[in-house]
Design a protein around this ligand. Structure first.
Ligand code: CP
Ligand code: NVA
Length: 308
């Protein structure tokens, strides 16, 4: 199976088998880094960030270098994009210099516009709609820790945001059950839930939406949360914290309702004291640093699959 030259905009664009092949590649590269140290030799990658990033940016830069390629990283505003050059014209120009574009954007449609205007692969490094690199990397983390997907339940507690969207698709593709607890009005987008339900018919995963965090975490193997105030939502911060707190905060008490060996995951950055307490994120059930590390392993598997 070859994924060479493909865009990576949403997990929904790939079959479960294709996504598995990326995880397998990530594991293979991790074990044999020397053997893969030249797969991107002579290749250049434009990393464009319209929003801040620590994990995604650094893990992609390191991954590209470890595979022999060269990353070129830019803030949106320092390119002519910041002065109004169109996304399409930028894409047509960049493909004359580089072999792939990795972009973090405000609006998902910007990624579609980039992809429409270039033949080189475009990778979604987070958009308002989804964060596929994060969720696929989370599948790698879960697989490494639990050794399987079947029979596992992931409980999402918090905002029905971009990360939640990608986890819905990932779980429904890989056959994990997923229960999403959000306050009313903060549910994941209907179109995403519909896609996940379609996928679930093939994989057998069960998908539940609720407004009750305790219900969601019942018998869960994984409790996952993310900020209540995503990038770009800062103006809504006061209102959001009022809606989400205290009920949707992940506390040690909430873990009483989950399985004994339930782990805690968070894509990071965390707002300690908001969506999660220090006690949970720094506690024995938390796997967040291992999870962050796996971003690097997944990025390598992804790059080797799409562009190696
Ligand atoms: N999880 C994640 O994407 O982190 P950054 O915003 O630091 O890239
Ligand atoms: N939902 C968060 C994820 C950050 C990695 C945001 O979009 O800001």
């Amino acid at each position: 199976m070859s994924l060479k030259g493909k865009d990576f905009l949403s997990l929904a664009d790939f079959s479960a088998k294709e996504l598995w092949s990326i995880l397998e590649k990530a594991l293979e590269v991790e074990k044999n880094l020397d053997r893969f140290s030249n797969v991107l030799a002579g290749r250049f990658f434009a990393l464009i960030f319209e929003k801040p990033s620590t994990r995604t940016r650094v893990s992609f830069e390191v991954a590209i270098r470890q595979l022999g390629g060269t990353p070129l990283t830019f803030n949106w505003i320092e390119l002519q994009l910041g002065r109004g050059e169109t996304v399409g014209d930028t894409a047509k120009t960049l493909e004359r210099y580089v072999h792939g574009i990795i972009a973090r954007v405000v609006e998902h449609k910007t990624l579609l516009e980039l992809a429409k205007n270039t033949e080189i692969p475009v990778v979604n490094a987070l958009s308002n709609l989804c964060h596929p690199c994060q969720a696929l990397s989370d599948m790698l983390t879960i697989y490494k820790l639990k050794g399987k997907f079947e029979g596992l339940k992931l409980a999402w507690v918090g905002d029905g945001n971009n990360v939640c969207h990608s986890l819905l698709i990932a779980c429904s593709k890989f056959g994990l059950d997923i229960s999403v607890a959000t306050p009313k009005g903060y549910e994941p987008k209907k179109e995403i839930v519909k896609k996940a339900l379609e996928e679930a018919k093939n994989s057998g995963s069960r998908i539940e939406l609720t407004n009750n965090p305790r219900k969601a975490v019942k018998n869960a193997d994984i409790i996952y949360t993310d900020t209540f105030v995503s990038m770009g939502k800062e103006a809504e911060k006061r209102k959001r914290l009022k809606v989400f707190l205290p009920r949707f905060q992940v506390t040690t008490k909430l873990f009483d309702y989950a399985k004994k060996d339930c782990i805690f995951m968070h894509c990071l950055p965390a707002k300690r004291g908001e969506e999660v307490t220090d006690k949970v994120i720094d506690g024995p059930k938390s796997v967040v640093w291992f999870q962050a590390e796996n971003r690097l392993h997944l990025q390598r598997g992804l790059l080797a699959s799409l562009m190696g």
